[in-house]
Design a protein around this ligand. Structure first.
Ligand code: NAD
Length: 321
């Protein structure tokens, strides 16, 4: 019998096939607590060994630390460059937001140097709700198209929290300008509002990456980090769901990841990982979903617990005029 491997899923019209579980590298920037370089390298190696081919980072994560650590870890794999897909971002930095053509054009060179790569597969405008969406349409995306022509990036994406930003931009650019969107915290057990947007994105040929299946830590036993923007009501409901699972000897993070993975219109579910243990658990969750399915009973119990806060999000970005 062939060894079980992760499913590969097409990413919109890009021709790329992403592993269903993607490696979110923000934890490598220590945004979820300390991580040694050794643990980070081991996590990346273990993920790649199990068929994870998609790695996502940003200059913002840990003030460039995530890009540097991921770059070293990928280099240490010694694998041919076309065996892994790397996405990074532009426009959001430790110092603040800057989506100007000048800044994003400089930014990719800095990212490539930190990542020790000649090109990235996807460059995404990071959290565009914090900038002017019209600037994204009229200035940032044209600058990224030039980077595409120059061979520094293969595909272009936009990311952010409010779902309306995606339709705003996609309705205003020619087809093929934006290859991919990255949405986060909107396809999880507590919030699945991305689902309604999937037919629209499909009709536009835009690939969909869904990040934060564990709701940035809310759906983990360790809980959310200090900076988590959820309301105290949402945090408490998620804590109750975690405790319910724990009481039954179940792992909420496994159920949460399986929930996100079950929708095959999502090309890759990006989960933040910082240890071999987390990688192994998440790969096992994906393989279990593909073979025996998920624990429907516990999922339904958690869904009930989370019903009062279903699709509750938090404000993000500046009001667009
Ligand atoms: P997440 O929901 O994936 O949660 C990550 C947290 O869960 C970390 O603390 C991690 O250590 C922990 N974890 C992972 N596997 C676990 C397991 N099996 N058991 C218990 N805990 C586990 O949130 P995230 O990291 O914010 O999102 C994933 C990735 O998506 C990010 O790393 C980043 O690459 C990307 N992302 C992008 C944006 C954006 O572009 N605006 C926003 C959010 C996330």
């Amino acid at each position: 019998m062939a060894a079980q491997t992760l499913q590969l899923r097409p990413l919109g019209n890009t021709g790329l096939n992403l592993s269903s579980v993607g490696f979110g590298a923000s934890p490598l920037g220590k945004v979820f607590g300390d991580v040694s370089e050794q643990d980070a390298f081991a996590a990346v190696r273990e993920a790649f060994r199990h068929g994870v081919n998609f790695f996502d980072t940003s200059p913002y994560y840990g003030g460039t630390l995530s890009e540097k650590v991921l770059g070293k870890a990928l280099k240490a794999l010694g694998a041919p460059r076309d065996e892994y897909i790397v996405s990074t971002k532009c426009g959001r930095y430790k110092e603040g937001f800057d989506f100007s053509a000048e800044r994003v054009t400089k930014s990719i060179d800095e990212s490539l140097e930190r990542l020790q790569l000649d090109y990235v597969d996807i460059l995404q405008c990071h959290d565009i709700e914090f900038g002017s969406l019209d600037q994204i349409v009229n200035e940032t995306l044209p600058a990224l198209q030039k980077l595409k022509q120059a061979g520094k990036i293969r595909f272009i994406g936009i990311t952010g929290l409010p779902l309306g930003i995606f339709t705003y931009v996609l309705d205003r650019v020619p087809p093929g300008t934006v290859d991919v969107i990255l949405s986060y915290c909107h396809y999880s057990i507590n919030d699945s509002s991305l689902e309604d947007l999937l037919p629209y994105l499909k009709s536009k040929g835009v690939g969909v990456i869904s990040a934060s299946p564990l709701a940035m830590g809310l759906l983990t036993e360790a809980g959310a980090p200090e900076w988590h923007p959820a309301s105290s009501e949402l945090k408490a409901a998620c804590r109750a769901a975690v405790d319910h699972c724990k009481g039954k000897g179940k792992n909420i993070s496994k159920l949460a990841l399986q929930y996100s993975l079950a929708n095959t219109d999502i090309s890759s579910v990006l989960v933040g990982m910082k240890s071999v243990k987390e990688v192994e658990e998440n790969i096992a969750a994906a393989l279990e979903l593909a073979t025996t399915g998920t624990d429907e009973e516990t999922l339904s119990e958690i869904t009930d617990i989370l019903k009062p806060v279903k699709n509750q999000s938090w404000p993000s970005g500046i009001q667009q005029s």
